[in-house]
Design a protein around this ligand. Structure first.
Ligand SMILES: Cc1cc2nc3c(=O)[nH]c(=O)nc-3n(C[C@H](O)[C@H](O)[C@H](O)COP(=O)(O)O)c2cc1C
Length: 376
């Protein structure tokens, strides 16, 4: 276990609480320092991850097919987070080069590119997409999916920082061995592919932190300042959000989809493709309900649902706002999403909430635990 993480985790024991209180009282050490983060001014926050990527706030917008375009990525980066373009949303590597240029015209802050590696009979030209990313001078890449080794090696050889997103501790450990710079670990709550182990973030995040030395980004189910502080308490150095960044003004998708996310509660997702060992969490809609219903029939096969699930239909739903056109990917965090702010409003709000929780609520608990009965 990494010394630093092990030490931090121990702080949450009884001894740690008393030590934190003593340090806070006698040595003027603030609770946020003991959590391993540095609060800058009123709202800023530095962690190993913000230092790695050169960003202001430990908030990442994960790669999102059809959503991760320059409008969204640049808005997240301009607001101090890490915006991420999605490589395969662009039809060709050349189109990706142009999209990276377009994003650069819209922000002078760091942004990344997601490269999702899916097993496929007819794979996209991954090596060419990778060259486009490297030759465009992108400094951070989010890799996701199967067997990233070849891509990681090339990115690292060319000085690109790699954040590998995965859903299991064993995959995170093997990515660290490959030389990635950080891990984004996706709990069972997440939109997209949560894997087949069904481990929620509350367990998965600290389990990953315990086994890794590189910074961990907590992903899946995050949408507000409470989530950010919880992630920090679990040992992570920031959060990655997908669904929350679909319901922002700059997300290049139809208002009906944003409103669906706002209207839905935490129960409004469906797990699909489990039968095919490629589980995906999507919003509950008439289309995903049909997929669930057909898949539950005895003897059903992928070909029975194939007409409902193509990416092109999902894209049409996102762009036309007709929710019956195709699958819409969204996570359980829908239950915490109640508005459609700008990226700046959202990130400012998350940082404001997080800092208030760390400096007021948590400090108060530490003081109460040592000196006062709860009812006082
Ligand atoms: C609409 C949508 C599309 C997504 N597409 C991708 C993708 O192409 N590649 C990828 O690695 N993750 C993809 N994701 C997953 C996100 O990057 C992120 O890991 C996930 O949404 C985190 O969970 P949350 O939605 O609870 O925040 C997608 C998520 C959404 C909501």
């Amino acid at each position: 276990m990494c010394q630093e993480n092990a030490g931090r985790n121990r702080l949450f024991g009884e001894f740690g609480l008393h030590l934190a209180l003593w340090l806070a009282k006698h040595q003027n050490v603030r609770l946020h320092r003991l959590l391993g983060v540095t609060v800058v001014k009123d709202r800023g926050m530095r962690t190993r991850f913000t230092e790695l990527c050169g960003i202001e706030y430990p908030i990442v917008q994960g790669g999102m097919q059809w959503v991760g375009r320059a409008e969204l990525a640049s808005a997240v980066s301009n607001a101090g987070g890490l915006g991420i373009l999605t490589a395969l949303t662009q039809p060709t590597p050349e189109a990706l080069r142009q999209e990276i240029e377009r994003c650069r015209d819209m922000t002078d802050k760091p942004f990344g590119v997601n490269l999702t590696i899916l097993p496929s009979m007819n794979p996209p030209p991954y090596a060419e997409y990778r060259r486009a990313i490297i030759e465009s001078g992108v400094t951070v890449v989010e890799t996701a999916g199967h067997k990233p080794q070849e891509h990681v090696a090339d990115f690292k050889a060319n000085g690109v920082k790699v954040v590998h997103k995965c859903t299991a501790v064993r995959h995170a450990v093997s990515a660290e061995r490959m030389g990635v710079d950080a891990i984004s670990i996706d709990g069972f709550e997440c939109a997209g592919h949560p894997g087949e182990d069904d481990i929620p973030g509350l367990i998965l995040i600290p389990a990953a932190v315990d086994k890794l030395t590189i910074p961990v980004i907590a992903s899946g189910g995050f949408g507000d300042g409470r989530g950010l502080v919880a992630a920090l308490a679990l040992g992570a150095e920031g959060i990655n959000m997908g669904t929350r960044f679909c319901a922002v003004r700059e997300a290049p998708i139809h208002e009906n989809v944003k409103q669906l996310i706002v209207n839905n509660d935490e129960r409004a997702t469906n797990l699909i493709f489990r039968k095919f060992h490629n589980t995906a969490r999507v919003a509950k809609t008439s289309v995903s309900d049909q997929v669930v219903e057909i898949s539950a029939r005895e003897g059903s096969e992928f070909k029975d649902i194939a007409h409902l699930v193509p990416g092109a239909r999902g894209r049409l739903a996102l762009e036309s706002g007709n929710l019956d056109e195709g699958l819409i990917w969204a996570g359980m965090v829908q239950g915490l999403i109640h508005d459609i702010p700008t990226c700046k409003e959202l990130i400012d709000r998350i940082m404001g909430e997080a800092n208030a929780i760390i400096q007021e609520r948590l400090s108060r608990f530490a003081a109460l635990s040592a000196h006062q009965p709860l009812e006082a």
